[in-house]
Design a protein around this ligand. Structure first.
Ligand code: PMP
Ligand code: GLU
Length: 396
């Protein structure tokens, strides 16, 4: 069947594909230790669920304004001011069907053929695909394990060319968990400001930080740089609301109007009930976020201790998010304990899944061959059994 060139070239999301493979094995009755998806295992907190039920019963079951209901835009701006001390206005906010959709809006509204989008690697799997869908070109900037996978100002400066339009930055990062100090971010911001480059700062993991330094929003750097900044965030990770599909952008008003326009043609509006639930998430007690962070902290510590014990494996410590991204390349070309030989991360993940029933995502899809990603957004017992199985396959 003939499809459009853009869609023919599109690969499926590697994270979602890896999760589907694990699910298929589970459907055969096999116990699988699944660490693929970056999705909190917690249920959405009760008070948020209650707000959704109340919204339905109050009749909020109709179309809403395309860019979101005024109460939610106001709540997003107020929460951002509370967390970062920077005031956005509701006409600078578009609410979308998840942060992935927000990213699509930003990239489509700003970039097209001839434009280049700078993406530091390792990067989240959907960045490159969304850029290509918009007809723009992804320019990948490799970063090193030794630098903790942090983009340096020099690396950024060298990558910028005449076609460069936008930098996609994600801190804390999926897949590496890398975070940046405010000084490091300011040094990067001086480069982007010098070149008048747009920056889309994906801050979806900003509440999931394990260092003493809270996450600093890009727009607050250098005394405030809202002119060419887009902030992307959402409720999926911090509030365990992946299925509700709510994300948003904070951006200059003309770009916001353009994205609202785009969204009005593509999807009408984000789910009405989910929008009301999100108002409750952002305006209610933030204790649920703190409680989940406490549990993620415990899982992170356990994960770090187990990764450190794996033979021939290395990893910079993740400062945020809920992923361990480790280098398994020293095992390539050598037999695992069951005699199987892997040549790359994809084969390594296949071996783990087929021989140990442990599901990870290959680093290839994140622009980092030689690495694998493990999501620790799952219970300790699962982590313990999973790590036992990984350790069982690796020769010391
Ligand atoms: N950005 C990053 C870095 C992510 O890991 C994800 C994963 N869900 C998203 C954006 C999109 O989140 P959602 O669409 O669930 O809001
Ligand atoms: N962002 C999560 C992940 O990386 C969820 C899946 C997806 O949307 O890619 O696993």
């Amino acid at each position: 069947m003939q499809l459009s060139p853009a869609v023919s070239a599109l690969k499926p999301s590697a994270t979602i594909a890896a999760a589907a493979k694990a699910k298929a094995l589970k459907a055969q009755g096999i116990k699988v230790y699944d660490f693929t998806l970056g999705e909190p295992d917690f249920d959405t907190p009760q008070h948020i669920q209650a707000a959704a039920i109340a919204a339905m019963q109050a009749g909020h079951t109709h179309y809403t304004p395309s860019g979101g209901i005024p109460e939610l835009k106001a709540a997003i701006c107020a929460a951002f001011e509370r967390d970062h001390g920077f005031r956005y206005q509701p006409n600078q906010c578009v609410v979308s069907n998840g942060a992935k959709h927000s990213l699509h809006n930003v990239i489509t509204a700003l970039c097209g053929p001839g434009d280049e989008v700078l993406i530091p690697a390792p990067f989240w799997v959907s960045y490159e695909a969304l850029v290509e869908l918009a007809g723009a070109r992804a320019k990948i900037i490799p970063t090193t394990e030794e630098s903790g996978f942090r983009l340096s100002p020099d690396e950024l400066e060298r990558a910028i060319g005449p076609q460069s339009r936008l930098l996609l930055l994600n801190s804390p990062s999926n897949p590496t968990g890398a975070t940046y100090s405010p000084e490091h971010l300011e040094a990067l911001a001086r480069v982007t400001e010098k070149h008048r480059l747009w920056v889309c700062s994906d801050e979806i993991y900003d509440k999931l930080v394990y260092t003493s330094e809270p996450s600093r929003s890009w727009v607050t750097l250098l005394g405030g740089i809202p002119e060419r900044t887009v902030i992307v965030n959402g409720v999926s990770k911090a509030y365990a609301m992946t299925g509700w599909r709510i994300g948003w952008t904070l951006a200059p008003a003309p770009l916001t109007a353009a994205m609202d326009n785009l969204q009005s043609q593509e999807t009408s509006n984000p789910c009405s009930v989910s929008q009301h639930a999100t108002v409750a998430a952002l305006t209610g007690s933030q204790q649920c976020v703190a409680d989940m962070l406490t549990e993620f902290t415990r899982r992170r510590e356990y994960t770090l201790s187990r990764v450190r014990q794996l033979p021939g494996v290395s990893m910079p410590e993740p400062g945020g998010a809920f992923y361990a991204f480790f280098n398994v390349s020293r095992h390539f070309g050598k037999a695992l304990t069951n005699g199987r030989v892997c040549r790359d991360s994809s084969e390594f993940c296949t071996a783990l899944l087929e021989d140990a029933h442990v599901a990870l995502v290959s680093g290839d899809a994140f622009g980092a061959p030689g690495f694998v990603r493990l999501s620790f957004a799952t219970g300790l017992a699962n982590l313990e059994a999973g790590f036992d199985r990984i350790a069982g396959l690796l020769k010391g």
